[in-house]
Design a protein around this ligand. Structure first.
Ligand SMILES: [Fe+2]
Length: 335
């Protein structure tokens, strides 16, 4: 996506008219679209609630609603807003604190034109990155809703498996990047079921061998659907192998033990737990206790023992984070 400076809406907030003019001129030099300007925080908040802006540039010391309060309230209105704080003498410490609360960058005064435009370029990159991320989330949301409209028994399953997987991954010591990759893989692991006939997905009673074979195609189908999306490429191994078993008796490749991708082994545990505790066309939901008993029985045969043990040991903490069945399938995976 190519969003240039003229595509982005900028709000400049400073109580000094001279400063507002100077910032407007600097933006003009950088070929940015002329900004909307406000002389204090209260007016700025009104503008932010009426209109959508990409970047907020604000001074910290202002009458009425000051910069600090403006920033906090602006982020409540739009957590995605990219904020650049300009800090004078005595407010640098405050500006640094605000970067920990969601402010993107701060510039100590006085600053050069170059420093300002460099900071604006970084802000633009962030806006583009956030827009791409939102776009991806919307596409994933559409895919999951399509899947869930076809298979009503999977209502909310993808999102719950993703949340459970991320919570379990945290207890297993995965870092932020690994958790994000795991979350997306868990969210999309069953997307290939879109290709399985409804008559099989909704069938009451046992499946024939041919129907079972049809269902078992779904990990490969998920892999094929997601493979063209570059961002999701790191998730593909765990999507493909989420139905492997530790003893080698799973599918699609019959991998065993540590040959199964680590994240696929995590998904296998939480996927089984959520499937067992949900209603299906062919049986009612098991209690959490009964499902945990099945997971314990499957340690070392169906599941990686260490992963399953960690799930059972931290069960209440892991399941506490799981959303209700009605929530949107997509949100922040790794808050
Ligand atoms: Fe699956």
């Amino acid at each position: 996506m190519s969003l240039g400076p003229t595509d982005l809406r900028v709000l400049v907030v400073d109580d000094e008219p001279v400063e507002r003019e100077l910032l407007t001129e600097m933006l003009e030099v950088g070929a940015w679209r002329p900004p909307v300007t406000s002389s204090d925080g209260r007016e700025a908040l009104e503008r932010l609630s009426e209109d959508r802006f990409d970047i907020l540039i604000t001074d910290l010391q202002m009458p009425r609603v000051g910069g600090e309060e403006l920033v906090r309230r602006a982020l409540r209105l739009d957590p995605d807003l990219t904020i650049l704080v300009l800090s004078g003498n005595g407010t640098i410490q405050k500006a640094m604190e605000l970067t920990r609360e969601g402010v993107f960058d701060f510039l100590p005064k006085p600053f050069t034109l170059d420093a300002f435009l460099r900071s604006m370029e970084r802000a633009r990159d962030r806006v583009v990155h956030r827009a791409e991320h939102r776009g991806l989330q919307q596409v994933i949301d559409v895919l999951l809703r399509a899947l869930e409209s076809k298979d009503p028994y999977s209502n909310g399953h993808s999102r719950r498996v993703a949340d459970l997987a991320v919570a379990l991954g945290r207890h297993l010591g995965l870092n932020r990047g690994e958790l994000e990759r795991l979350g997306y893989a868990a969210l999309l692991h069953d997307i290939g079921k879109i290709g399985v006939p409804e008559a099989i997905l909704e069938k009451e009673g046992p499946l024939t061998d041919a129907e079972l074979a049809e269902i078992r195609k779904h990990p490969r189908a998920s892999h094929s659907i997601l493979a063209p999306v570059e961002f999701l490429r790191p998730c593909l191994p765990s999507v493909l192998h989420h139905h492997e078993r530790w003893d080698g008796g799973g599918y699609p490749a019959g991998l065993a033990g540590e040959r199964i991708p680590y994240e696929a082994r995590i998904i296998a545990v939480v996927d089984a737990f959520d499937a067992m505790t949900s209603d299906r066309s062919y049986r009612g939901a098991l209690s959490a206790e009964a499902a945990c008993g099945r997971i314990r029985e499957g340690m070392g045969s169906q599941f990686d023992e260490r992963i399953a043990r960690t799930f059972l040991e931290h069960f209440s903490d892991i399941t506490e984070t799981c959303p209700t069945r009605d929530e949107s399938p997509v949100g922040e995976l790794v808050p």
